[in-house]
Design a protein around this ligand. Structure first.
Ligand code: CTP
Length: 398
């Protein structure tokens, strides 16, 4: 797992720097390429000669070589690395990291690094427990830095407590874990997904709805969440469990769904409109159960708002995808909806395709955008969801 990985090992001025020699050795034995950056103070604790010999690379301390002026580029070093490991990390260094101080090469490299960063703090127990240190660690954690907790035991001061740098084997295992975590492709993105059938109340016991099961929309919400997105699922009537990592908001009527969607649209990166939204709702909902009379009855229906079209009018740079379920004139109808609702793409289902109808676990779709149409074979709804989220990713990366 670590074979061939590029690791920057940052060493700061702590007595635990002696363990950095073993750490470097373990990383090398695991097949990593290691480049060592030291703070000027770290040189007092372990010699550059030791670290250069073990890492088989020159040690970097200064911004440039005073002999010949050669520049040690923290930017290219940051780009080179798969992981930046600072071990030991003193209270001073982690305070500087938390506040963006950049007064040595180790710190400028931290600010330039695009790779995962891990730190192994080492200090006396009171320094470690101090509110300021804990505050700095919390700030670093919140930016994604992995903090490898120090152990408890005898400290250089002679006191006993928490502050000993974690053992090298444990640190290597943590680096391995960190590199094994695949960066999720949609981390930091927020999506709205509408799903299921809306219910339009006629009276307290009756409503107008449709056959949509919500399976397709729920599968898409789950897939977006699996890829790291923050997902709010605006759900009409379904009997489905909420997918892991998804926030579900129950929006039973078209009007509820409209209010919830428009409220959240400005803070979203995109929306997938899967819900089967009623186009008409009873003009009046009776407060009590309607009693039958002798003759026929009619209910006046009023148009609902088109949620997708409303979001499309205020689209900005956001992504908007919709669905079209058609029984005839499929392509022309889907293309008209693509344009009318200002969608980036539309997923067409035809009721004429077997295996693509309501409630089932399979679907057969065509994805249509302004450049044309791609037809896909019959697949599970989960596979279709992956296909749609792939398309979303390629639109976002365009
Ligand atoms: N949609 C919506 N709000 C509505 C109606 C539809 O957001 N009030 C969305 C659906 O979620 C879907 C797309 O618009 O993504 C197309 O829905 P569809 O019911 O196929 O089309 P309509 O626009 O309602 O047109 P028609 O019923 O005439 O086919």
């Amino acid at each position: 797992m670590l074979k061939g990985k590029h690791i920057i090992l940052g060493i700061t001025g702590s007595i635990a720097a002696y363990k950095a020699a073993m750490l470097c050795r373990l990383l090398k034995c695991a097949g990593c390429e290691v480049r060592v950056v030291m703070t000027p103070m770290a040189k007092q604790f372990i010699t550059p000669l030791t670290m250069a010999t073990l890492s088989r690379n020159p040690i970097l301390v200064d911004f440039f070589d005073p002999e010949n002026g050669a520049w040690n580029s923290h930017v290219s070093l940051g780009e080179w690395a798969d992981c930046y490991l600072i071990a030991p990390a003193t209270a001073n260094t982690l305070a500087k990291m938390a506040t963006g101080v950049a007064d040595n090469l180790l710190l400028t490299t931290y600010l330039s690094a695009r790779c995962p960063v891990a730190i192994a703090p080492a200090m006396d127990l009171d320094m470690y427990a101090h509110t300021t240190t804990q505050h700095n660690l919390a700030a670093l954690r919140s930016t994604g830095v992995a903090v490898i907790e120090p152990g408890e035991g005898e400290l250089a001061s002679g006191l006993t407590g928490k502050g000993r740098m974690a053992e090298p084997e444990q640190i290597v295992a943590e680096v391995e874990r960190l590199l094994g975590e695949k960066k999720k492709s949609l981390s930091g993105r927020r999506f709205l997904v509408t799903a299921g059938a809306t219910m339009e109340p006629i009276d307290p016991v009756r409503y107008i709805t449709n056959h949509s099961s919500g399976k397709m929309g729920y599968a898409i919400a789950g897939e977006l969440a699996r890829r790291g997105a923050e997902v709010t699922l605006l759900s009409g009537r379904t009997a489905l469990p909420t997918p892991d990592g998804v926030e579900k908001v129950e929006t039973l009527s078209a009007a509820d769904m409209y209010t919830a969607a428009t409220k959240r649209w400005s803070e979203s990166d995109g929306a997938v409109m899967c819900a089967a939204v009623a186009d008409y709702t009873p003009a009046r909902t009776a407060a009590t159960k309607i009693k039958k009379g002798d003759g026929d009855m009619s209910i006046l229906l009023r148009r609902t708002e088109d949620i997708a079209a409303t979001l499309g009018r205020d689209k900005g740079g956001r992504l908007l995808a919709g669905f079209a379920l058609e029984t005839d004139n499929e392509l022309a109808n889907a293309e008209a909806k693509l344009a009318k609702k200002n969608l980036d793409f539309i997923v067409l289902n035809s009721m004429r395709d077997s295996g693509a109808c309501f409630r089932g676990d399979t679907n057969k779709v065509s994805i249509i955008d302004r450049d044309g149409r791609t037809d896909h074979p019959l697949m599970t709804k989960r596979e279709v969801a992956a296909l749609i989220v792939d398309r979303i990713e390629s639109c976002l990366n365009r």
